[in-house]
Structures are given as C-alpha cells and as structure tokens.
Design a protein around this ligand. Structure first.
Ligand SMILES: [Ca+2]
Ligand SMILES: [Ca+2]
Length: 213
C-alpha cells in the first residue's frame, strides 16, 4: 500500500475534497531529509568546541578525501560529485535528493562546492528562518525552474512522494486538489506567494524541513 506522507492510498479510495489540505501538508512536510530506515552513526567528530561549519567541512572532506584537501586555506576549485552527495545517509532515502542537490549547486548539476554544501545544511538546519526554508522548498518543487509550481511540477512531486505507485489519473486528481487549496490568485499555478501562504498554514513545516546531521 503506497503511503503519501500521512495519507494511506488504498485501492479504490476516492480522492475527495479533503485531499487538497491533506496532500499539501504532506508536500510541505515530506521535503524533510531524514532517512526512513536505520541511520548509520555519523562520522562527524562530535568534539566539544568543534563548530557546525567545521564539522560540516570534515564531513564534506570525508565524502571525497582524494579530491578535497584537508588544508582548505587556498580555497581550491573543488566539487564533490552528486553521486557521493546523494548517497549520504541523510539524503539517500529522500525522494527529492537530486532536486535538493541541484538547487543548492552553482551550476544546477548537483555537484557541490564546499560553499554549496554549507548552504544546503544551513538552510536545512533547524535554526534557519521560515522564509528562507520556504524559498528553497519552493525551488526544490519547481522542477522546470520557471519560477512557478505548475501542474506538471506538482505531478512530479506527487509521483516522487508516492514512489510512482499512483496511476496517472490519480496523480492528476491529487494535483487538482492541491491547486484548489493553494492557488490563491487562481492562475492555475503556485507562485512563491501562494506557496508561502500554504507554509504559514503548516505549523510543522519548520520542524520537518531539515536534514539532521
Ligand atoms: Ca515550474
Ligand atoms: Ca497562483
């Protein structure tokens, strides 16, 4: 039985009017990046006095020790490939891992400089402000990078959330319900403003849109 966040999709279950808010809640909350299964112990050195940026640097360096020099003072032109970023325990089970890496990488290819890596974990940290998180969540769901979440973007989102287990017709119905709920200016797509209004109504957003590291 596919599970869409808090919504269980049973065969024959009718998509009704209550789906708009329920799916929206799932959409905004499931951008979280905690793996669903066992979390392997982190390799970060949990030393007192070692700040988060330093710990993140060690984590970045540990992903590709052959590429990233331990002495980073000359700021070398280094990028860690997406294949290594996306396989981190914090990201590997997240259906949006490729979008997250693309959004935070300079060239949109998912390959990350140290600055990109620090930005990603800063925004996904529990301390980041709501508006910043909303801005990046919007970018992650804007699959075709045109500044709006359109029906096609929503279709991609719902398909990823349900890991491809909904029929095309069901995906289309869910997208319609989400738009009914969130498209404040009725232009058939979600602007950043529409999306921010949804976030304001989702009190769990701040606590769920994060990567625990
Ligand atoms: Ca779009
Ligand atoms: Ca709109």
């Amino acid at each position: 039985m596919p599970v869409l966040g808090c919504v269980c999709l049973r065969p024959g279950l009718r998509v009704d009017d209550s789906w708009g808010p329920r799916v929206l809640w799932c959409v905004v909350s499931r951008c979280r990046s905690e793996p669903e299964g066992h979390v392997p112990p982190t390799t970060l050195p949990a030393l007192p006095g070692v700040s988060l940026p330093h710990r993140l640097f060690y984590r970045y360096q540990d992903l590709a020790p052959q590429l990233v020099p331990l002495s980073y003072t000359s700021r070398p032109d280094v990028k860690v490939p997406y294949e290594l970023i996306g396989s981190m325990p914090e990201l590997k089970d997240n259906p949006f891992r490729q979008r997250i890496a693309r959004v935070f990488s300079d060239d949109g290819d998912g390959h990350m400089t140290l600055d990109n890596f620090l930005d990603m974990f800063s925004v996904m940290s529990e301390m980041a402000p709501r508006d910043l998180k909303a801005y990046y969540a919007f970018k992650i769901y804007d699959f075709n990078d045109d500044g709006y979440i359109c029906v096609w973007d929503l279709g991609q989102t719902v398909t990823k959330l349900t890991r491809g287990e909904l029929s095309a017709e069901e995906v289309s119905l869910v997208c319609e319900k989400v738009l009914d709920e969130a498209d404040g200016d009725h232009d058939g797509r979600l602007s950043l403003e529409d999306f921010q209004n949804v976030i304001l109504r989702a009190p769990d957003f701040l606590s769920t849109f994060h990567i625990r590291i």
